[in-house]
Design a protein around this ligand. Structure first.
Ligand code: SF4
Length: 386
């Protein structure tokens, strides 16, 4: 078996292992603790600088039967909180000593409240990121929030983060951001060399693996991918938008690829891509993390921005020489579906073609979506996307 297949098989095992065997082994090996976080973004630098392993939890996908999770939520919300509850109640998340819930929507807010009731003995942090992006307002709020979180981490791990440990962690995650961006650029240049299903598995591995291990994996994969001699197809080039939180099942991503379009940009697994460039290492490390979020983070549905909504999507469309956009949002995702008309209005302004559909993380039938995306790809190939 080739080395690239070994890497991908390892990623697939990590993706399928909902009981987090890697995290359990890491904890036993190093005698340290692990902190989970829900989508979309937390500054993982803080967890690492406090001597713990950050673990991204993205639900159970199509691999878990929901039995008890449904009892906790009404039927007309997205799927991810049900599978997270199911995983937790069946003991799959027992190895996590704490959990962070980013303030992205009411569903995650409610989940964080339930978590506190269900697991009062575990650290549970509701992570409130600012909606004001001025350094002297939102910035001060955010710094205080991060200091509060560092205090909690210090009590949990017994290790107090220092400026030095924060800088070391930032340097490692900078390398991770650099490599991930390189992977995205490489895919946009030659999407036949880096299929999206493979890129996706690599991103998901980054949720679990210790960051130096993930950095090595990304470097090795990129070195091997160019030698695979995969041939280009006459596919259209598509930017995918809307999957920033609940993720489509891997089978659906593969079905999209087989529908005749190359995905050349997407918003999957944003934990490692939320900050767009490297965070400076000189100066106050906490302030640098804060400024990066305020001034250099992606435009996502849970960030308040009505002035230039959609500009980033149009920029991605142009930079990646795309032919069209597909909106692939989780059913009942309020932030994503409320933002979509604004994004579509922006695309209309520039006469950019798009299509949209919705999914749930446990969607099992892909045929209709595949036909829709296939027809869209053929149409823009024949008549142009603009
Ligand atoms: S999928 Fe949308 S509604 Fe559901 S938890 Fe995520 S952001 Fe909230």
């Amino acid at each position: 078996m080739s080395e690239i297949n070994d890497i991908l098989n390892r990623c697939q095992e990590l993706y399928e292992d909902l009981s987090l065997g890697y995290v359990q082994r890491w904890k036993e090996m190093y005698g340290k603790k692990a902190v989970g976080f829900l989508p979309v973004y937390v500054p993982r630098e803080l967890i690492r600088a406090s001597g713990m392993l950050p673990v991204g939890i993205m639900g159970g996908g199509d691999q878990i039967e929901i039995i008890r999770g449904d009892a906790y939520f009404q039927s007309y919300i997205c799927h991810i909180p049900r599978s997270v509850i199911e995983m937790a109640l069946s003991g799959k998340l027992d190895c996590l000593d704490g959990m962070m819930f980013p303030s992205i929507c009411d569903v995650i807010r409610n989940l964080s409240g339930m978590w506190q009731l269900m697991f009062p003995e575990k650290l549970s942090i509701y992570f409130d990121s600012p909606q004001n992006f001025e350094s002297d307002t939102g910035g001060i709020f955010y710094q205080n929030e991060l200091k509060r979180i560092l205090d909690e981490f210090s009590k949990l791990s017994g290790i107090t983060a220092t400026d030095e440990s924060l800088r070391d962690a930032t340097a490692l995650y900078n390398q991770n951001r650099r490599l991930t961006q390189q992977l995205y650029r490489r895919r946009a240049d030659k999407p036949w060399e880096i299929p999206t299903s493979e890129l996706y598995l690599l991103l998901r591995a980054g949720n679990i693996l210790e960051v130096t291990e993930h950095n090595q994996m990304l470097e090795r994969y990129m070195a091997l991918a160019s030698k695979e001699n995969r041939k280009p197809l006459d596919n259209s080039r598509l930017v995918l938008n809307g999957s920033f939180c609940e993720q489509p099942p891997l089978g659906l991503i593969r079905a999209l690829e087989r529908a005749g379009g190359y995905i050349v940009d997407d918003d999957f697994v944003l934990a490692g891509r939320m900050i767009k460039s490297e965070i400076p290492l000189k100066g106050d490390p906490l302030e640098n993390i804060v400024e990066a979020y305020l001034k250099d983070s992606k435009d996502v549905p849970f960030k308040y921005n009505i002035e230039n909504k959609g500009d980033e999507l149009v920029e991605s469309f142009r930079e990646n020489r795309a032919d069209g956009v597909i909106f692939c949002a989780a059913s009942f995702c309020d932030p994503g579906l409320l933002e979509q008309p604004m994004l579509q209005g922006r695309l209309d302004k520039d006469k950019i073609a798009y299509t949209s559909f919705q999914f749930a993380e446990n969607t099992g039938q892909y045929q209709v979506i595949r036909e829709q995306v296939g027809t869209f790809s053929d149409t823009i190939k024949l008549w142009g996307g603009q």
